[in-house]
Structures are given as C-alpha cells and as structure tokens.
Design a binder for this molecule. Structure first.
Ligand SMILES: O=C(O)CCC(=O)C(=O)O
Ligand SMILES: [Fe+2]
Length: 318
C-alpha cells in the first residue's frame, strides 16, 4: 500500500543552508507543505534534509553493539529519571508500556541520551558516545529548522518563536535521542494477545524525528481509525507532531497515534530505529497560541513527568 505520509524535499532549505541565503518564497512554499501534512496526517517525510546518512548508519551500528551485550552488562545502565537535568539510560524489554489497553509492556529495548549525558557505555561500546553525540547535534539543528518552518507556516509574528522555546542552552534538558531495538521474535517468545513491539501512543512533546531501518512495522492511525503502514523509504526521515504541539496550536496540527506491530512474516528479523524528541524548555508554560482556553496551561516538565509515569517508568526527585 502506498504510504499516506506526504514527502517534502528539503534540499533547498536543509540544515546545510543558512536561512538568510534562502528566498522567502522557497521558505513559504516548504512551510505550507509541512503545515498541510501536519494538519492532516500529523506526519511528514523529509528527504535531502542534510544529515549525512553515514552518521546515522554509524549510530545504528554502535547502538546494535550495545543492544547485543548480555543483559547483565546492560543492567549497568538502567533507565533513570532523576530530575530535569538527569535522565536517560537503558529500558529493558517490556519495561515501557505505551499501549492504553491492554496494559502490556512493549517488546522493545531503548537507550535514551540527552546532550550532556552523564552515563555512557564507554567501556563496552566506546564508539557509541561520539556517534550519539554527533547525531544529537544534527537532530537538534534539523528540529530547529522544522520548528522555524512551522512558525512561518502558521504565520506567527515572530516565525522563530516556537524554535526559540527549545533553546540551544537548554538542549540538555529538552532534546532526547532514543535508540530503539526490537529483538527478533523467537520460537520460544511468548507474545501475549494484544502485545506489540511499540504500543499505540501519541508522542508527548513538540515534534519527533524518526529514522527507521528497513524492517518495517511502524503504523499510524488515520482519522477514520484504520492503521496504515509508514513504509520505510531510503533517505527519508519521518517527522511527527507531538501532543504539546497539538495543544499549543489548539488542534490545528495533529498528534497522530502510531505503533510498531509484530511482523506477521520474517519474525526472526530485528528492527532498529532512532528517534529524536523535542519539547519546549522545561519551565515554559504551554498555552494555546490563539489565546483560546481549549487546553489548560501546563509546563513542559509537568507534562513530561505525567506522561513518563503513565508509561510505567519510574520518576524520582520531583
Ligand atoms: O520505532 C519506531 O519507528 C517508532 C518509535 C516511536 O514511536 C516512539 O519512540 O515514540
Ligand atoms: Fe512515537
């Protein structure tokens, strides 16, 4: 089935280009395409976005090396959510529960890093830190570019307004790079009815970048409630709207439910993806931009804490 996700070619305004060197017309056209996709499907596919594919491939290789380590070694890096400044690490299989119903843990492992990540598996996988740090930097820049286009497309008086609420100084607080590993489904793997690789959910923050390998399985729910595949395409990064962005824009941009299903065939195939999540600075209060009171104001950190707790992960030091 052809993908329902619109593809936008970012070549003329990718992260290698300075905004001042790109005409307003080009910026406005791209912005319109992105707003169109985000206000209908909630996802867009970007090609020629300017992140070298080798950098992504390098991180995927390092991440796999980590996930292939024995469980006892990975347990040295447990997921932690201590406070605003100290989060990250490894979640084991079935630890995170994204599905609302049934409440069953996801068949995935994850490793989260923030920019000034304190805990790295340097002894076992020395290449992971440089590869992840570099991709974090590039993803931050790409996210900023998309936020600028959203600001232009929404016709904000200051088009940089959204992008400036996710500031560079605070990247260590608000940008999270997550490597996701979906192990092969083995003959002795017990899959409970309704259990998936990644449960049905919408993302929490502003926007998410998703880089997937070619295993497939990611699906998004269309407005008529049907799940359709987000088939992997070479050189395409998916960008989707999160709940805070939907809230902020009073539902103009939509945060679409998605999931990763257990494959029906090729069960022995593993899957690896890399996501980069952005949200406003933690103390920023999200109110509807149009001045309406459609949603209660909430701070970025309150919302992250609420959603993290709801997914079954422990949160300390509140
Ligand atoms: O693995 C994927 O492709 C999607 C992961 C995802 O939706 C998430 O981590 O929020
Ligand atoms: Fe997601």
């Amino acid at each position: 089935m052809a993908s329902v996700i619109p593809i936008v070619d970012l070549e003329q305004f990718n992260i290698c280009k300075e905004p001042e060197d790109v005409s307003d017309d080009v910026q406005r056209q791209l912005a319109a395409q992105i707003i169109d996709a985000f206000s209908t499907v909630g996802f867009v596919g970007l090609k020629n976005y300017g992140i070298p594919q080798e950098k992504l491939a390098a991180l995927m290789t390092e991440a796999k090396t980590f996930f292939y380590l024995p469980e006892t070694t990975k347990r040295k890096y447990p997921y932690r959510f201590e406070n605003q400044y100290d989060r990250g690490g490894w979640c084991h299989l079935e630890q995170e529960i994204l599905n609302y119903s049934p409440r069953l843990g996801d068949l995935k492992e994850t490793f989260d890093v923030v920019k000034d990540e304190k805990v790295w598996p340097d002894d076992e996988v020395p290449g992971f830190r440089p590869a992840a740090s570099e991709l974090c930097r590039l993803c931050f820049t790409l996210s900023q570019r998309v936020l600028l286009l959203i600001g232009i497309g929404l016709g904000l008086e200051d088009p940089s307004y959204l992008k400036n609420q996710h500031s560079k100084d605070d990247i260590n607080h608000v940008g999270t790079l997550r490597c996701l590993y979906y192990p092969p489904i083995r003959q002795d793997t017990v899959i409970k009815p309704g259990q998936t690789r990644c449960g049905e959910h919408s993302d929490y923050g502003f926007i998410t970048l998703i880089f997937q390998d070619d295993a497939g399985g990611l699906e998004l729910r269309t407005r008529d409630g049907e799940f359709v595949p987000a088939t992997p395409m070479d050189g395409v990064v998916l960008v989707n709207v999160g709940d805070l962005m939907q809230r902020w824009t009073s539902d103009k941009l939509v945060s679409t439910i998605h999931r990763v299903v257990v494959p029906e065939t090729r069960l022995s195939e593993e899957r690896l993806s890399v996501a980069f999540f952005t949200r406003p600075n933690f103390d920023y209060v999200i109110k509807c931009l149009d001045g309406s009171d459609k949603y209660e104001p909430i701070t970025s950190f309150e919302q992250l804490t609420e959603r993290t707790l709801a997914s079954g992960l422990e949160v300390h030091g509140q």
